[in-house]
Design a protein around this ligand. Structure first.
Ligand code: CAA
Length: 697
């Protein structure tokens, strides 16, 4: 191997005959931070100045080609050279430049490839423009060069979905010119030789013209206006792609401005908080260290939750023993799992030919003794402490020593469950969210005596299942459901006092939630909340205002939401419509309680709802139920449909500021001083000017 000449710490050049290899070596993902940009620019300029090679091949060391711009630099003053300028220098290089890509070439990484004069992919390569997930758009020529190579439709699809495109599709769509096998350096050398030998064609991407597809642009712009009016960057993406009809300089100028504008929005800050938060939740001592095996898992209960959990394990390649008490329940469980797996095939999460193999890993049984050899049992039966205590007592005698016994309880005290075994060190909560094979959140509930390796195994399971594991301590409802129970009261008070369920839903959907709380209630089944209100009835503080009358009355009619055809809304063909009977119930309840309905603006609804959520979330951080504010944020992003561009309740709280939140709570407390109380932590933050972000450090 010829000597590598360092251009700087991260970029080196190696001359092999007439070929110059440029290697990018910036672990872990070769992001294009300032030093990479500078090094690439210097390398290309040096090679052109010296005219010392016939072909330049750029490749990367380590597990992946460039995964994009360095996200850690976003929000800070930008340091030259700018990425689009470096890529123009590459495209304008007199010496042909090829890019050899392996692993994941994403965002600025793919854009580096697009600026080269030809692209070679190594088997397993996935490319993508995921900037939309960060509230951004491709900012280094992606919106200009993808349309020229693959058409406007493909550019819109990639940059609006952020999806990863496999190597085969990338080849078919002209994003890469060749797909091959081998080590990046060897492939780079061979491909560069092919350029010299005339076997691999090279040309600057911007020498091509974007084929006209105004229809795709117009249709997409209209669709986004209707469906994503509240988001910033998707509209800018269409605008920038439309500019790819223009010459390079003009098109790139429009893309650049759109990128800078997106960078300055709070949406970008929220989404980047989500990106790092997703990784930070498991970057804690409790998730590290020794773990126990996870080779075989038992699931007790074949209902919606148990079947979803079993499906999730099967999709991750873990054999499952499914236990039910009666044959019909077991058959229903197996049928649900089969349907779930079929759904996974149609969503592209499972290859069609792998479905039978996944199903073959399922062993249904009516005998709990069949759990004797599993490594982990997840109990997912209905929420009754007596039933759970009985099950855990039996598991204690059946399961092998060291097996982990987990409850999927949504609310109940895991310490009490653990106390019915002689091995409380092996017991923890694993709280999945429905549908469990789709929703990414897993609350990992640490009971008082849970052993460190059992807890770390909970995080290992989350990783295997592709879920976001968040540590929670024992309390009623843990992190998510505890906060939910609190702020849903606000929704019920708003309706009691004058808003309609639809107005509340509409206001929160405009804020960014996929569905308002009444639509969610209808979807989940109103009977669940009803059962919970009954469970809590004896524990209710008499000083607390009860907001459940309307929902109770709806449930007494047997209207539980979608599954019964009506709840707050009526479900039939087309979009759900507000249930007129509910309006009658609301009027009756208000009259009985002597409430004169008042007007709420949509902003008032959002402010009250969000302030209630933030207040309880603050208390959850304050008393240690959640480790940090970011853990609460990830629970809401991955389990409760919280709008990603808002970053989570406590990231959003920082955008309002503690002082304003305290002011609001104090104001609302004039109406109801029992419900609206300023958390001590928020009071302190308002006084000393600190933020939730400070507590994440
Ligand atoms: N910048 C800075 N750090 C990054 C990064 C980036 N673009 N991508 C990943 N990282 C960091 C992660 O934070 C993580 O750090 P820690 O180990 O400290 O937690 C580390 O690299 C490894 O990342 P993952 O844990 O995510 O590793 P993975 O193997 O599971 O996934 C990946 C690898 C698919 C590349 C994934 O990290 C990913 O999707 N990264 C983001 C890609 C992206 O969004 N690129 C576009 C950036 S914006 C852009 O490029 C704008 C433009 O047009 C110029």
């Amino acid at each position: 191997m010829a000597d590598r000449i360092p251009v700087n710490d991260l970029i080196s050049i190696e001359h092999v005959g007439d070929i110059a290899l440029i290697c990018i070596d910036n672990p872990p993902v070769n992001a294009t931070g300032q030093a990479v940009r500078q090094g690439l620019q210097d390398a290309i300029q040096q090679l052109n100045d010296q005219d010392s090679a016939k072909v330049i091949a750029i490749y990367a060391a380590g597990r992946t080609f460039v995964a994009g711009a360095d996200i850690r630099e976003f929000g800070k003053p930008s340091q030259p050279p700018a990425l689009p300028d470096v890529y123009n220098i590459i495209e304008d290089s007199d010496i042909p430049v090829i890019a050899v890509m392996h692993g994941t070439a994403l965002g600025g990484g793919l854009e580096l490839g697009l600026a080269a004069h030809a692209r070679v992919g190594i088997e397993g390569l996935r490319v993508g423009l995921p900037e939309i997930n960060l509230g951004l758009l491709p900012g280094a020529g992606g919106t200009q060069r993808v349309p020229r190579l693959s058409g406007i439709q493909m550019a819109l699809d990639m940059s609006l979905s952020g999806r990863m495109v496999g190597a085969k599709e990338a080849l078919e769509k002209g994003l890469i010119d060749r797909l091959t096998n081998g080590e990046p350096r060897d492939v780079a050398l061979a491909a560069a030789q092919d350029v010299i030998d005339g076997k691999l064609a090279v040309r600057p991407t911007c020498s091509l013209e974007t084929p006209n597809d105004d229809k795709a642009l117009d249709d997409t712009a209209a669709m986004l206006k209707a469906k994503q009016a509240h988001l910033f960057s998707p509209h800018k993406i269409v605008e920038a792609i439309r500019a790819s009809y223009l010459p390079r300089t003009e098109g790139l100028k429009i893309e650049r401005q759109a990128f800078i504008d997106s960078m300055q929005t709070p949406q970008r800050a929220g989404m980047i908080h989500a990106f790092f938060g997703e990784r930070a939740v498991s970057n804690i001592p409790e998730a590290k260290g020794d773990t126990r095996p996870l080779d075989k898992i038992g699931v007790i209960g074949g209902g919606t939750m148990g079947s979803g959990i079993a499906t999730s394990c099967l999709l991750a390649g873990i054999p499952v023993r499914l236990i039910e008490v009666a044959q019909d329940g077991l058959d229903r469980g197996v049928a649900t799992i089969t349907k779930n797996l079929e759904g996974a095939v149609s969503r592209g999460k499972l290859k069609a030919d792998k479905k039978d193999a996944a199903l073959a890993m399922l062993q249904p049984s009516l005998d709990m003794n069949d759990l004797a050899d599993v490594d982990l049992v997840i109990e997912a039966v209905f929420e009754s402490m007596d039933v759970k205590k009985d099950i855990f007592g039996r598991l204690d005698t059946i399961c092998k020593p060291g097996a982990i016994l987990a409850s999927n309880t949504s609310y109940l005290n895991v310490d009490d469950i653990a106390a019915c075994t002689n091995r409380p060190q092996d017991v923890l909560g694993l709280h999945f969210f429905s549908p469990a094979h789709v929703m990414r959140l897993l609350e990992i509930v640490q009971a008082a005596k849970t052993a460190p390796d059992a807890l770390a195994t909970g995080f290992a399971l989350a990783k295997k299942l592709g879920k976001v594991g968040v540590l929670a301590q024992v309390c009623d409802g843990f992190i998510g459901n505890r906060i939910l129970a609190h702020y849903l009261k606000t929704a019920s008070y708003l309706v009691l006092d004058g808003a309609s369920p639809q107005q509340v839903d509409d206001a929160l959907e405009a804020f960014g939630f996929a569905m308002g709380p009444h639509k969610v209630g209808d979807l989940a089944g109103m009977d669940i909340g009803w059962a919970n209100r009954k469970r809590m009835a004896s524990l209710r503080d008499p000083a607390e205002r009860y907001g459940g009358d309307i929902a109770d009355r709806i449930c007494e009619n047997g209207w539980f939401g979608r599954k019964t055809g009506q709840g707050y809304y009526i479900y039939g063909q087309g979009a759900p419509v507000p249930n007129p009977e509910v309006a009658t119930i609301i009027d009756a309840v208000r009259a009985e309680k002597g409430i004169t309905p008042q007007q709420f603006s949509d902003q008032d609804i959002v402010d009250r709802y969000m302030t209630a959520m933030i207040a309880e979330a603050t208390r959850v951080v304050e008393d240690g139920t959640a480790k940090r504010p970011l853990d609460v944020d990830m629970v809401f992003l991955f389990g409760y449909g919280f709008p990603r561009h808002r970053g989570g309740p406590l990231h959003y709280a920082d955008t309002i500021g503690a002082k304003e939140l305290v002011r609001r709570i104090t104001e609302y407390a004039k109406e109801d001083s029992h419900y609206w109380q300023v958390p001590a932590l928020l009071e302190k933050m308002a006084a000393d000017g600190s933020t939730f972000a400070d507590l994440n450090k």
